[in-house]
Design a protein around this ligand. Structure first.
Ligand SMILES: Cc1cc2nc3c(=O)[nH]c(=O)nc-3n(C[C@H](O)[C@H](O)[C@H](O)COP(=O)(O)OP(=O)(O)OC[C@H]3O[C@@H](n4cnc5c(N)ncnc54)[C@H](O)[C@@H]3O)c2cc1C
Length: 418
């Protein structure tokens, strides 16, 4: 058995697990699940909170055989759930197909990302789980279960499932013909443009991200990712922002070589949609992250509200990213039923200094009923978060059916499951 990672990627969570299992076959996995009384699946351990933690057994599917099988009609691909998005995307390209979207980092696992509602950016793009057509998992008694979109009602609770219904082994994903993209960065977008032209900004291209340090009223950078089929020449003075004439890193002063290629150079979608290159290994994880999704209609109001505490945010922040996500229908997804804007914070790695500011951010966003990202840090009370999920009761029933004895639960999810 490979040595277990004792912490999450950032190192801010020391896992309390007693052992880590890494079964090498589905049969081994099924008997491990059936014979273990408390067990928690883990992916690439990139979450910043205790969602993947347990004081019992942790189980990873990373040692199961990796496979990517594209269907004959080239509309779906069946992939091993423990694979990293970046690896899957490269394999898909060999078959001439691509996923609709990716997160900012290609190093995260498919199962772990879908379980927390991980998303990329794009006003018309649903989160990464939005591509899931079927999910296969081992439930508490060791059964292998398959749930399919448009066929099984349970499917809508089983994809963004917070690790609660079982161990996901294989996921079928919608794919589309491979496409090329290019990206441009704009510097110093005036806050007034953001406030009065937010929809125009986020709808200008397939995927758009705004980066701000909250140190000036302007938004420091806007990353615009165009599909080549809809590529338009950038206006060098777009809404008062300036087209960058050299490559940028979202954090000023950090090496641009770590970032995906910019300056309008076309490339495969999976080498433009993430902000960071797969071959770049994010080093020490010297950061903490939080993110809150609110209804997109409140984007400008929420931005203004956060700007009133910019002087509190800036000293403990590395950078904020603002992006949009289309509504989906996964019961526990932070973008369930609402087109969303996400306010993300990459904090300095100082929990004590960050916590009070995080609470201030949550207070400013409270009128907009934010749903915190399940894989990042937040301090909103579980009872308050629960109110923001209208299908939570259905999710609880689902969990009880596939895991009647609470085998997969942990302290993080307990308050939501009743
Ligand atoms: C540098 C960095 C950049 C990031 N960028 C983004 C971003 O662009 N967009 C975004 O939305 N998020 C982002 N995140 C957050 C990240 O996507 C989520 O935390 C995601 O859940 C990580 O996937 P993971 O495989 O590491 O999951 P883990 O942290 O290992 O686990 C997360 C959850 O998934 C469950 N799980 C894992 N594997 C399985 C399985 N096989 N079966 C059932 N359940 C399972 C676990 O039980 C747990 O509940 C980023 C994180 C980092 C560190």
């Amino acid at each position: 058995m490979p040595p277990a990672a004792l912490t999450n990627w950032s190192g801010n969570i020391a896992f309390a697990m007693t052992q880590r299992l890494t079964p090498a076959s589905i049969d081994e996995l099924r008997s491990a699940v059936a014979s273990t009384s408390r067990i928690r699946p883990v992916g690439t351990a990139h979450s910043f909170n205790h969602i993947a933690d347990t004081d019992a057994t942790q189980l990873s599917v990373a040692a199961l055989p990796s496979s990517v099988v594209v269907a004959d009609d080239a509309k779906t691909a069946r992939v091993s759930a423990g694979m990293r998005y970046g690896d899957v995307a490269s394999r898909l390209l060999e078959h001439g197909v691509a996923l609709h979207n990716l997160g900012s980092l290609p190093h995260i696992s498919i199962a772990g990302s879908c379980a927390t509602g991980t998303h990329g950016s794009g006003a018309g793009n649903r989160g990464l789980a939005g591509a899931v057509r079927a999910v296969e998992f081992v439930s508490a008694n060791g059964d292998l279960v398959t749930l399919t979109r448009d066929v099984d009602e349970d499917f809508y609770g089983a994809v963004v499932a917070l690790g609660c219904i079982g161990v996901v082994t294989t996921i079928s994903l919608d794919v589309q013909p491979a496409f090329e993209m290019r990206q441009f960065v704009f510097d110093a977008m005036p806050a007034d443009s953001v406030l009065h032209h937010f929809d125009e900004i986020v709808e200008t291209a397939y995927s758009v991200s705004l980066f701000t340090t909250w140190r000036t009223r302007d938004v420091d950078q806007v990353w615009v990712k165009q599909r080549m089929s809809e590529a338009a020449e950038p206006d060098p003075h777009w809404l008062g922002a300036r087209l960058a004439d050299s490559a940028r890193h979202p954090l000023a002063g950090m090496p641009v070589e770590n970032c995906t290629q910019q300056l309008g150079v076309p490339g495969p979608s999976h080498e433009r949609l993430p902000h960071f290159r797969l071959e770049f290994t994010p080093s020490a994880g010297e950061e903490l992250q939080s993110e809150y999704l609110v209804s997109r209609e409140f984007a400008a109001e929420a931005f203004e509200s956060l700007a009133t505490i910019a002087d509190q945010i800036a000293p403990v922040l590395q950078v904020s990213e603002i992006r949009t996500i289309a509504a989906d229908d996964f019961w526990m997804s932070p973008s369930f039923g609402r087109d969303s804007v996400a306010f993300h914070f990459t904090w300095v790695k100082d929990d004590g200094a960050v916590r009070p500011v995080m609470a201030a951010v949550e207070q400013r966003l409270a009128p907009f009923e934010p749903r915190p990202h399940w894989g990042k840090l937040f301090s909103v009370e579980p009872a308050t978060v629960a109110l923001r999920y209208p299908k939570l009761a259905s999710f609880r029933d689902l969990v009880r059916r596939y895991d009647p004895d609470g085998k997969f639960r942990n302290k993080f999810v307990d308050p939501y499951l009743g």
